[in-house]
Write a new protein. Structure first.
Lengths: 123, 522
């Protein structure tokens, strides 16, 4: 169990780094806008490095800190982010924007242009 | 050891075992389908499961050596450029397959007669046609009739949407004058489920077989098949979930454990009458292993194509280079299959492997330069039988029941290497025609040993084959093999459709000759 001060520091540190790792753009939310940070904290309460962030402020310019976070958290943050409802919604909006001027071909019209009209397999 | 009894025992509840289980379930007999893997909830393996991308990397990983579940056994592929992919569970590899259901070509059944390469089957496409039709109906295969690459295939469900990427590549095929057609897919359209409904062997056959009284026995690994003094199979020793050994007595046994699992059981069942493995006095068991060496070519485009969306598997395919042509430097040929590009998580891991993405400010730019903008094409090359490509028991690496694993010994032939090279060049030409800005290509792809063929081949003589045309072991009359181990050739297409058609044909033979088979062996 963490004391409330320790928990706040840990939460603040993780928020900082995860929003730097996945910062968001015009369509996509930043990490903590898409995923509740508590989900990540709960999963890693027994991890030595993550727990060390309850006692000190993380240094994003320190390569070791960044590399450790990436190595430990990569799979879970990708999974949590890309399966979140807000990111799925954002991807759909993005898709609609990028496809708005793209013409979808009619498959049956394309099939009519297949060169071979007779069978081409060997009996 | 506790003894149990059944009339017909089917070893393996995958594509072929399930088809036989259903077909035989109309008989008034006790039928048991035994499977080393578990029964898995349908929602977990659904294409539409939100966690599908992540599941493909862990619990539904195609590599048994990565999964290491209790239902897996070690498969050593160090001596092979292609490693084996499978899934051991009720439903088998159909739980994670892409649902691509093309048939073999008529010429695939007589490669030796037509092209002086490989081996001929003991029956042809037209003998199997009614079983292909039945299986298509049971599965619910979608597609379009009139394909010039095949004899007429009718009663297909409406074809799947080929999407923006399919349309772009189809136009390129037309520009080049090459054959293409919408693929034959075991995927039904659905308004609610974006990825479509893709049934597995469970939904297609096993549920119906169970309703008819077939007993499915998951988490039960067959260790050995036992024989009487008269060379009649009497039953199997199997290990259950609690690792208790039991004997299951059976009058008729069907092996349906794929081109690796089936010879594994037979090799492990050797006795004084069959010192080289059960039914193996010909020495052919485990030999002539055929895989489908796969080339991968990916075109990257400037515009977003939504190429990751829609039903998985293949949307369009080409058999332009399928049949042997004199002006090429190889015999037989290959299929080109247009696939779906990966989702965002897989895309990240792929880009990371080549140092093309990192977390931080450039994360989304790197990701979206790739995600939804690439079109992958798989080149499935026909393989030919070679006795130097074989599997053997690996006594140094055993499964959790103490049964030896498998070691693969496999090399690509010169014919295959030339075929692969040709396929890659043709795909690059296709992508240039389609306007791709970057093209990457390589092959053979390592983790693609899905289609396991040829290791218990059919033939007329017990001197040089394991089974007859009905999958019946020459030397053990109540032992049948109904999976792709018995195929004399691999074709250049996915094998699921043919595996199930052959299984239906063999089980029909068993039904018609049941009195002789069971009476002789009672």
């Amino acid at each position: 169990m963490l004391k409330s001060g320790e928990y706040s520091l840990l939460k603040g540190n993780l928020k900082l780094i995860l929003n730097q790792m996945i910062p968001g753009d015009e369509y996509m939310p930043s990490f903590t806008r898409a995923v509740k940070i508590e989900i990540i904290i709960k999963k890693y309460l027994k991890n030595k490095f993550i727990l060390s962030l309850k006692k000190r402020r993380i240094n994003l310019y320190k390569k070791k800190d960044w590399d450790n976070c990436e190595k430990i958290l990569v799979n879970d943050i990708l999974e949590a982010y890309f399966t979140s409802n807000s990111v799925i919604k954002a991807l759909n909006l993005r898709k609609k924007y990028y496809l708005k001027d793209t013409k979808k071909e009619n498959m049956f019209k394309l099939l009519k242009k297949v060169k071979y009209k007779n069978k081409i397999f060997r009996k | 050891m506790k003894k149990e009894r059944t009339d017909i025992l089917i070893i393996g509840a995958g594509a072929s075992g399930a088809a036989s289980a259903w077909n035989l379930s109309e008989l008034n007999l006790k039928i048991t389908c035994i499977e080393q893997g578990p029964l898995i909830n349908k929602k977990e393996y659904s294409f539409n499961n939100k966690d599908r991308e992540i599941n493909k990397l862990n619990k539904f990983n195609i590599d048994p050596n990565q999964r290491k579940f209790n239902s897996d056994y070690p498969i050593n592929s160090k001596n092979s450029p292609i490693s084996i992919a499978n899934y051991n569970a009720v439903g088998g590899s159909t739980l994670i397959y892409s649902g691509h259901y093309p048939r073999f070509h008529p010429s695939d059944f007589k490669t030796k007669k037509n092209d002086k390469i490989g081996s001929n089957w003991l029956f042809n496409y037209y003998d199997l046609e009614k079983y292909y039709n039945l299986n298509d109906k049971m599965v619910g295969v979608s597609g379009v009739s009139g394909d010039p690459a095949y004899p007429e295939i009718s009663n297909l469900l409406p074809p799947l949407d080929i999407g923006y990427s399919g349309g772009l590549i189809a136009k390129a095929f037309n520009k080049l004058g090459w054959h293409w057609w919408p693929s034959y897919a075991a995927i039904k359209k659905s308004k609610k489920l974006k990825k479509g409904i893709r049934p597995t062997a469970v939904e297609i056959y096993l549920n119906k077989a169970e309703k008819n009284g077939v007993i499915i026995k998951p988490n039960s690994r067959v260790l050995k098949i036992k024989l009487s003094k008269n060379k009649i199979a009497t039953g199997v020793i199997y290990s259950n979930k609690k690792n208790e050994k039991k004997f299951l007595k059976a009058s008729l046994i069907l092996l349906a454990s794929n081109g690796i699992g089936t010879p594994r059981i037979l090799l492990n069942s050797k006795n004084k009458d069959f010192p080289n493995g059960l039914a193996n006095n010909s020495g052919q068991l485990g030999k002539n292993l055929m895989l489908h060496p796969l080339g991968f070519v990916e075109g990257q485009f400037d515009k977003f194509l939504e190429s990751n969306e829609g039903p998985e598997g293949c949307s369009i395919y080409s058999h332009e280079f399928y049949e042997t042509k004199k002006n090429r430097n190889f015999k037989r040929g290959y299929t080109l299959q247009l696939l779906k590009s990966p989702g965002p998580i897989e895309s990240f891991h792929y880009l990371k492997k080549f140092n093309k993405i990192k977390f931080g400010n450039s994360f989304f730019k790197s990701l979206f330069d790739y995600f939804g903008r690439t079109i992958p094409i798989a080149i499935i090359c026909e393989d030919t039988p070679n006795k130097n490509n074989f599997i053997q028991l690996d006594h140094k690496n055993k499964d959790n029941n103490g049964m030896p694993g498998i070691k693969i010994n496999y090399k690509l032939s010169d014919n295959t290497k030339k075929m692969l090279s040709h396929g890659i060049n043709q795909c690059k030409k296709l992508f240039r025609t389609a306007g791709a800005k970057n093209i990457i290509a390589f092959g053979p792809v390592k983790n693609t040993g899905w289609h396991l063929v040829g290791t218990a081949k059919m033939g007329t003589s017990k001197k040089n084959s394991v089974v007859n045309k009905f999958g019946q072991c020459h030397e053990i009359k109540n032992l049948f093999i109904v999976d792709s181990s018995i195929f004399p050739s691999s074709s250049g297409v996915n094998i699921a459709s043919t595996v199930q058609a052959v299984s239906l044909m063999i089980s029909d033979y068993i039904k018609k000759n049941l009195k002789n088979l069971i009476k002789k062996n009672a």
